[in-house]
Design a protein around this ligand. Sequence first.
Ligand code: ZN
Length: 413
Amino acid sequence: MKTSIVVLIFAIGGILAHKVRYDNHKLYRLNPKTNEALEQLKQLEENDLEIKFWNDLRGKNHFVDILVPSEKIEEFEKFVRGFEIDLKLINTNIQEVIDAEKTNKRSTGMSWTAYNSLETIVDWMDSLATEYPDKVTKITVGKTYEGRDINGVKLSFNSNNTNNAVFIEANIHAREWITSAVVTWILNEFLTSTDAGVRNLAESHDWYIVPVLNVDGFQYTKTTDRMWRKTRTPYGKCYGVDPNRNWGYHWNEGGTSKNPCSDSYLGPAPFSEECTRTTSKYLSTIADKLIGYIGFHSYSQLLLIPYGHSPAHVENYDQLEEIGLKAAKSLAKRYGTQYTVGNIVETIYIASGSSMDWVKGNYKTPVTYTYELRDTGRYGFLLPAKQIIPTAEETLDSLVTMFEEYDAQTKQI
Ligand SMILES: [Zn+2]
């Protein structure tokens, strides 16, 4: 009762709240050429939270995409020109890209030619459980601060599948809409595809699939702010923790911010967030069944291996790199999309407290990857809906190879 009142209040708040607009906000790609320039950009990221860094600062000679509000453009360009930083304008009005995105109406049902609402995704998963009662079971893996359920499905074609399950998580970062779109498309293929490779993948493992983990944040991207990343827990005058910096394995060991207003705020304590705490509890109940944990993010076209807190290689790094490279090769076949494979620290930058690291660190789950899906920056988080199916197709190609390779290796032992 109490929960439903809270949800109702937030729902009304969501309807009444004004949508955040990004008129004439410009997206730049910067490339710092010296350590000094890199340091200046770090300071800028810390000190001016109205200027939004879309990726982590990786080092000199690595690009970073930055969204600048219209009223700050002159000041920003002057600042950048003061240092050795290459500057490229990628988009002159991000609001136009947001307006061009299509969000599906609930009444038209699930679609992969538009981005779906939270309600459409949940309704669709409910309908799968009805349509495939012997294969699909609805699961609730946790709760959110605003009292919503974190929903997913368990998919099992074969009751003899034991201890070979794979957990798939998407939209832990709210604005990365392509991730839940891809994951739901793959789930649909698992149920309907007649391709031999897909059938084998779907049927030889049990699947736990959670398309939207950060439910409050995702809903907020739909009602209020398309560019929201974090949870919606209030901390002082700001909201939200980065839920992929909040897990209790080497938490607070770099790549995070202690400022509650920052997009990478790690939270006051590990598992401070209802969604990470409750999901981790759920995972601990099925951990002994899992051979795989795959997290989906966007963007950058990367296939990442744990860990994010240290460059030290994880115990089965060589195996994960070998399988990852083969998976990336498969991914490239269909549309030529190129992925980089490697561990988080060496490929991007230090980023501690992720869900994948917590699973790997605690349970030594063998197949652990994080995808950073399309693209490499033209649209960034605002990938046009017409790219949903191509992105999903190539991603599924890579998953088929990934588990074919892993299963073949483990059978040899
Ligand atoms: Zn992300």
